[in-house]
Design a protein around this ligand. Structure first.
Ligand SMILES: *Cc1c(COP(=O)(O)O)cnc(C)c1O
Length: 339
C-alpha cells in the first residue's frame, strides 16, 4: 500500500520503539516524568523560549494557547484557511467564547497591513481584538511557507497594538527546512508556538506548546481542564526526543519527493492545476469533467491512497514511510492511468 493521505500515517521505526521502551518515567501531572521534562527542556532550548508543555495533540496545544491568550468576547484574527478555524471543531468559539475575523491571504499567508486594517476600534459595538494566529506551513494552502520578514512585520504590529501572536507550527520544521530563519528567530517574536511531533517528525502522538513561564503555568491549568493531564507519558515523550534528534534533517527528502510528484502532475491531461509545491504537501485540482470519487477509486485499485481536500481538489503528502521505490511506482501509475 502506498499511503499518501497524510504525514500522520507513519509508524514508529525500530529505533524509535527502542527509545520508547527504555524511557525513564514518572507521573507527569506531578511534574515527575524525567523524559517529559527532558523533551520540554529540549524544545524550549532549541527555540530560546522559557518553557514548554507536552500535550496529546496539536488541536489541544492550539486551543490551550487561544484560551490562555484571550477572554470571552475577544476576537482573534487568522487566515480563512487556518486549521484552528476549519479543523478544530469550532473550538475557538466553543472553548474560549472568542469570535474570529478571517483574512483572505495568499494560500494562508497575509501581511502586516491586513492585521492593521482589521483591528477593531475601542468601541463597545465591537469585540476586542487580542490575538493573531499564523500557520506555518499552511496545511490548506498546500504546505505554503511564510516569508520570515513578513512575520517580523506582523510581530511589530502586534507589539505596537498590544496583541498576542500565536504560531500554529504543526509543520514548522518543514518550513524551517526551506527557510533561512532559525528556531530561535521564531522563539524571539511569538508569544506561543505549537509544534506537532506526529506529522513529518514521525512520532506516534504528541505536540508541544512553547511560551513564557507565566504562559505555560496557565497552559498547564487549561490542559488539566481539557482532560490532557497524562501520567507515565515519558514513553511517548521518548518518541518525541528521538524524532527531534533523528528526523529533522530527513524532511528535505520528503520535499524533494514531493517536487518530483509535482513535475509529473504538471504534465497530466486530467489535472487542471497544481499548487506550487514548497514542502511535503501536494494539492492539485482535477479537470471539471473528472469525478473526484472515480479518481480516488482508480488510484485505490492500484493501492495508492490520497484524499479529497475541497471541490475537485486532491491532497498527497510525502513522509518518512514513503520511499524512492514507492515514488517510482506512484509516478508510473499516475502516468499510465487513463480517464
Ligand atoms: C495536524 C495539524 C494540527 C493539529 O492536529 P492534531 O491532529 O490535533 O494533532 C494543527 N494545525 C495544523 C496546521 C495541522 O496540520
Amino acid at each position: 500500500m502506498i499511503d499518501l493521505r497524510s504525514d500522520t500515517v507513519t509508524k514508529p521505526t525500530q529505533g524509535m520503539l527502542d527509545a520508547m521502551l527504555s524511557a525513564h518515567v514518572g507521573d507527569d501531572v506531578f511534574g515527575d516524568d524525567p523524559t517529559v521534562n527532558q523533551l520540554q527542556d529540549m524544545i524550549s532550548d532549541m527555540f530560546g523560549m522559557e518553557s514548554a508543555i507536552f500535550c496529546p495533540s496539536g488541536t489541544m496545544t492550539n486551543q490551550i494557547a487561544i484560551k490562555v491568550h484571550t477572554n470571552p468576547g475577544d476576537e482573534l484574527i487568522c487566515d480563512r484557511l487556518s486549521h484552528i478555524y476549519i479543523y478544530e471543531g469550532g473550538g475557538i468559539a466553543r472553548n474560549s467564547g472568542v469570535s474570529t475575523r478571517l483574512l483572505q491571504g495568499d494560500r494562508g499567508r497575509f501581511l502586516a497591513s491586513d492585521i492593521s486594517n482589521n483591528i477593531n476600534p475601542d468601541d463597545e459595538h465591537f469585540p476586542i481584538t487580542t490575538l493573531i494566529s499564523i500557520e506555518n506551513t499552511c496545511n490548506k494552502g498546500g504546505g505554503s511557507v511564510w516569508n520570515f520578514d513578513n512575520i517580523k512585520e506582523i510581530a511589530n504590529v502586534c507589539k505596537k497594538r498590544n496583541l498576542k501572536l500565536h504560531l500554529d507550527g504543526a509543520r514548522l520544521f518543514n518550513a524551517l527546512t526551506e527557510s533561512k530563519a532559525r528556531p530561535a528567530d521564531y522563539g524571539n517574536i511569538f508569544d506561543s508556538i505549537s509544534i506537532c511531533l506526529s506529522k513529518g517528525l514521525g512520532a506516534p502522538i504528541g505536540s508541544l506548546l512553547l511560551g513564557s513561564n507565566e504562559f505555560i503555568k496557565k497552559a498547564r491549568r487549561i490542559r488539566k481542564v481539557f482532560g490532557g493531564g497524562m501520567r507515565q507519558v515519558g514513553y511517548l515523550a521518548a518518541a518525541g526526543i528521538y524524532a527531534l534528534e533523528n528526523n529533522l534533517k530527513r524532511l528535505k527528502e520528503d520535499h524533494q519527493r514531493a517536487k518530483i510528484i509535482e513535475s509529473t502532475l504538471l504534465n497530466l491531461p486530467y489535472i487542471k492545476s497544481v499548487y506550487p509545491v514548497e514542502t511535503n504537501l501536494i494539492v492539485f485540482e482535477l479537470e471539471s469533467n473528472l469525478n473526484v470519487n472515480h479518481f480516488l477509486k482508480k488510484l485505490e485499485e492500484k493501492d495508492i491512497f490520497v484524499i479529497k481536500t475541497g471541490h475537485q481538489l486532491i491532497r498527497m503528502v510525502t513522509h518518512l514511510n514513503f520511499n524512492d521505490d514507492m515514488l517510482e511506482s506512484t509516478i508510473d501509475i499516475l502516468n499510465k492511468i487513463k480517464f
